[in-house]
Design a protein around this ligand. Structure first.
Ligand code: TXA
Ligand code: MG
Length: 337
């Protein structure tokens, strides 16, 4: 039988069996790896929250095969139907009114649910074998860098890591775009691979972009529980710059940059050398292509961390297309309380 991204049919049916018995399994999606479980089994969902140490007020995304399965868990409106038609399967999550069968633990008690249909053949085949919606947050401990390779999950969770299906490095590298359609206003809760222009073009209206919150606000129900200013954090402190030029100017002017600081640039640095400083240089792409930068971003932040540098420096991208989504992750990764 055909293998899916090097994963055998035996492994896939084994994984489907584990999920059907209420276990959790890390699976590849086209964006990042997810920690999957049966979405409609509250005990299985509780295991995901526990494994991630995720606060109970941060709801999960439900992954479905298609629109028919989506209708089990949410009530799509006209806007949702056109976005689904244009972008599913793919990296677009829609927040919609939920149906009654969705357990409160999945949505943190909200009346809305986040739903997406992933494009990765491994995840799709597992959905097909399980024949039920799967809840799956990114497979990282809460607040940390999302995994884009199977080994990242083993690294973050250590010896007791959940079972992982290795589908290779993920193609996109950053999490799906989250669009809130639960009221008449269309809001982008998390910028992602499907950019605002693409969404506007389908809907014929400009979506709103709420500002991230500095901290969790217990008193007031948050617009999006995950709309926090601080997230995706590497272990070492990260400092971002508005452009590569600004970063270069900082490197030249600043005599007090600590030794062994890690500098992550968009493409390899050709002309400029810093012989007087023992800095470690890495790059995100050979050509500076924003798609390649997105693919490598989380792996590079993790790699920088393995050197335990006193500081990581990285420039932002021009604020357009997937650049805005990459900048969102870099700002959150560098946010200080
Ligand atoms: O690409 C992705 O979306 C990946 C892969 C595994 O599918 N998943 C992912 O899940 O990034 P997670 O749990 O790390 O992020 C889900 C985001 C969180 O910010 C959460 O607060 C938000 O979606 N969310 C979930 N349900 C929501 C709801 N009902 N209303 C508003 N925001 C919601
Ligand atoms: Mg996450």
């Amino acid at each position: 039988m055909q293998k899916h991204y090097g994963v055998s049919p035996e492994e896939l049916s084994n994984v489907a069996g584990l999920l059907q018995s209420g276990q959790i399994v890390a699976l590849p999606t086209e964006t990042v790896y997810g920690l999957a479980c049966l979405a409609l089994n509250k005990f299985a969902v509780a295991k995901v929250f526990k494994a991630k140490q995720r606060p109970a007020d941060d709801p999960l995304i439900i992954h479905v095969s298609d629109l028919t399965e989506a209708k089990l868990v949410c009530r799509p409106d006209r806007r949702a139907m056109s976005l689904i038609e244009a972008f599913w399967p793919g990296p677009l999550t829609l927040v919609l009114p939920k149906t009654r069968i969705v357990p409160a633990i999945v949505t943190s008690g909200l009346s809305t649910v986040a739903v997406r249909s992933p494009a990765h053949p491994v995840f799709r085949e597992v959905l097909n074998l399980v024949s039920a919606p799967l809840a799956a947050p990114s497979a990282n401990p809460f607040g940390k860098v999302s995994p884009t390779r199977a080994e990242h999950i083993k690294q973050s969770f250590g010896d007791g890591h959940p079972p992982v299906v290795d589908g290779g490095p993920t193609k996109i590298g950053i999490e799906s775009t989250v669009v809130d359609l639960s009221s008449s206003r269309t809001r982008i809760l998390r910028p992602g691979p499907i950019d605002t222009e693409a969404i506007s073009a389908i809907l014929g209206e400009e979506p709103e972009m709420p500002e991230p919150k500095a901290s969790r606000n217990k008193a007031k129900a948050p617009l999006s529980p995950g709309l926090l200013a601080k997230h995706y954090q590497p272990e070492s402190p990260l400092q971002v710059f508005s452009s590569t030029e600004e970063l270069m100017a900082f490197l030249k002017m600043e005599p007090s940059i600590p030794a062994a600081t890690c500098v992550i640039t968009h493409s390899p640095l050709k002309e400029i050398r810093f012989p007087s400083k023992s800095l470690k240089f890495m790059h995100l792409s050979e050509s500076g292509d924003p798609k390649e930068i997105a693919q490598n971003l989380f792996a590079r932040l993790r790699e920088a961390d393995t050197h335990s540098p006193p500081l990581i420096l990285c420039p932002l991208l021009p604020e357009t297309g997937i650049g805005s989504a990459i900048n969102d992750r870099l700002r959150k990764a560098s946010f200080k309380d």
